[in-house]
Design a protein. Structure first.
Length: 630
């Protein structure tokens, strides 16, 4: 049975892990790295993913996509701010969803994320020696229903059977608590590239029980980076009266420099930002350069409001769990942005504890996801582990007066199921529209609508007489399913979802087919490049043999030289047929040449050495070293 993997699909970087010998292990990618940048570039017909995509971003900013996780499952009106600061085009899609425009084609964020997943799985399959089909994928704990559904769809588009979608802090706790036997209350502080989560869990006797979760899906390391970007751009604008944010290439270079500066300031009190030839004077066309020194104190000043925002979710999680900071035994830091010294300082101030740094903040989530995958597959080495998670936000329906009637409150253990009876507001009302909401505000308009469900065909009756049974069912992935039926008459009606941001089934199926076609095209393209490279390597080898073979006869030299020239021409033409023929011909000529050269060398060696047997008559031999036996 092929092993299931755990995948941390991150905003900035992604990681894949698997259970090996009873322990979760990170699987390195094709480049030998343990993390893969969540970057996808579209270069002509070619799709680049990971570090290779990141390296060419400055030259191809409009078609290099990053931080796409911030758009997945979101509505356009939720992400306008993030969209405005991207060097690539983000726009409104069907039904108020989000689309990324690349080379004249509109892509759903799920499609882009699927490319990252496909890269992770392909590399891991090659390392493990078997094709991976099953996976557990993590999401921020504060992801809502549509974001979770969209993440699952990204996995399906990538050709995966998504066994479970689990919360990132919960996964990190699994990695941390796997070998711990005592009872502990743990606070997981997860500040990643695009989201922030706080989760409180109780661990003990193989049970991982989430008590509460809180967070901010609009706060992450990218927001810290963009504060540096804005500062650099504003400083440059003051000096040169030119806004670098309006130049896509310059903006991409600023984003990369800002991330590097943030990382540097985690270990140093100041860092230099040097970007030569950042742009050209629009009038004189002379090059302009950016040189600035950023201190840690200035960085903390620029991000003061962001640092303040990490406090409330911690306090909220403690309040919801009915705990105080003194009840927490360990504080686990997850996510690369927890390396920021000011963040560590704030965590210590709030909890009164030195954060536990025994887990790698970049890898803990994927390792925990691998543990969950092992649990689902029945890995005997894990023993009896039980994971009890919660829903992060309250779910309810809109009722008369524009209010929300909560069905399942936040931090309810999942899976969960709740049924409530509602009725009609008017006489002979033929149907009702059920607006499903997610959020904590009392008014429906202030919460997020997950979808509107129509129940039609209600028999004529007085207002308040109909009994409409609405059932909310949250599965283990935290994904909501809603059903409704009219109870008085016993008649059931189907429900219809409208205006959701997630893709419908036909879209997912179409994207799966497109992905398969792209995979086949990528494979053919890779094979073509490899054939060309193989011929080029053989050409170099043949040229070296030709240059070193001084004793070879001119005829064989000329033949090999002609084959080398034919190989060069085939490589330039990029014609598959010519490349195949040239490869075969060059291999034969090189083999013949080397054999002939070896024989010629042996003959020449014999001539230099002299005969090895004596051809003279015995009576002509006079050798002073011998004398007749007496």
């Amino acid at each position: 049975m092929p092993k299931a993997v755990g995948i941390d699909l991150g905003t900035t970087n992604s990681v894949i892990a698997v259970m090996e010998g009873g322990r979760p292990e990170v699987i390195v990618n094709a480049e030998g790295a343990r993390t893969t940048p969540s970057v996808v570039a579209y270069k002509g017909e070619e799709i680049l993913v990971g570090q290779i995509a990141r390296r060419q971003a400055a030259l191809n900013p409009a078609a290099t996509l990053f931080e796409v996780k911030r758009f997945i499952g979101r509505r356009w009106d939720e992400v306008k701010e993030e969209a405005a600061r991207s060097p690539f085009t983000v726009k409104e899609g069907p039904g108020g969803s989000v689309r990324v425009s690349v080379n004249g084609k509109d892509l759903a964020p799920e499609q882009v994320s699927a490319e990252v997943l496909r890269k992770l799985v392909a590399d891991a399959s090659a390392k493990l020696g078997s094709k991976i089909t099953d996976a557990v994928i993590t999401v921020p704990a504060y992801f809502d229903n549509s974001q979770r559904e969209a993440t699952k769809q990204a996995g399906e588009i990538a050709g995966l059977n998504v066994l479970r979608v689990i919360n990132e802090p919960t996964a990190a706790a699994l990695a941390y608590g796997l070998e711990r036997k005592g009872n502990e209350t743990v606070l997981v502080f997860d500040l990643g590239g695009g989201t922030f989560d706080v989760t409180i869990l109780e661990l003990g006797d193989g049970v991982f029980e989430v008590k509460s979760t809180a967070g901010d899906t609009h706060l992450g390391g990218a927001d810290f980076d963009h504060r540096i970007v804005d500062w650099l751009a504003d400083e440059f604008n003051k000096e040169h009266q030119f806004d670098l944010r309006k130049d896509k290439q310059a903006l991409q270079r600023l984003i990369e420099a800002a991330e590097k500066a943030k990382i540097d300031l985690s270990n140093a009190s100041e860092t230099s930002v040097s970007l030569p030839f950042i742009t050209f004077d629009p009038e004189t066309r002379t090059p302009m350069h950016l040189e600035r020194t950023l201190t840690r104190a200035k960085f903390e000043e620029l991000t003061a409001d962001l640092l303040k925002r990490v406090r409330h979710p911690v306090e909220q999680a403690l309040s919801d769990a009915k705990m105080s900071a003194s009840d927490i035994n360990e504080v686990i830091l997850v996510g690369g942005s927890t390396r920021i010294p000011a963040v560590k300082r704030i965590v210590k101030e709030i909890t009164g504890k030195e954060p536990n740094e025994s887990v790698n903040p970049d890898e803990a989530v994927a390792l925990g996801a691998a543990v969950q995958a092992g649990i689902i597959q029945g890995d005997s080495s894990l023993g009896d582990i039980v994971l009890v998670d919660v829903t992060p936000l309250t779910l309810g329906v809109e009722v008369k007066g524009g209010m929300i009637a909560p069905m399942i409150t936040r931090n309810t253990t999942v899976p969960a199921k709740k049924t409530e009876i509602y009725t009609t507001a008017e006489n002979n009302q033929p149907g009702v529209e059920i607006n499903v909401l997610q959020g904590e505000r009392p008014m429906a308009a202030d919460n997020k609508s997950l979808g509107r469900f129509k129940l039609e065909g209600i028999p004529p009756m007085r207002a308040g007489q109909a009994q409409i049974e609405v059932t909310f069912d949250i599965d283990a992935n935290g994904i909501l399913h809603v059903t409704a039926k009219e109870k008085t008459s016993g008649k059931e009606s189907s429900i219809r979802i409208e205006n959701t941001t997630t893709l419908d089934k036909t879209d997912v199926e179409r994207m799966v087919k497109e992905a398969e076609q792209n995979a086949a095209a990528d494979k053919a393209r890779k094979e073509k490049v490899e054939k060309r490279n193989n011929l080029d390597s053989l050409r170099v080898q043949a040229q070296q043999q030709l240059d070193e073979a001084e004793s070879a006869d001119q005829g064989s030299k000329d033949k090999l030289k002609a084959s080398i020239e034919a190989a060069e021409e085939a490589i330039r033409s990029e014609d598959d047929g010519k490349i195949t023929d040239a490869q075969k011909n060059l291999e034969e000529e090189l083999r013949t040449f080397m054999a002939a050269n070896q024989n010629a060398g042996a003959a020449q060696g014999e001539a230099q050495q002299g005969p090895t047997v004596n051809t003279k008559k015995d009576d002509d031999v006079i050798d002073a070293d011998f004398k007749p036996a007496e």
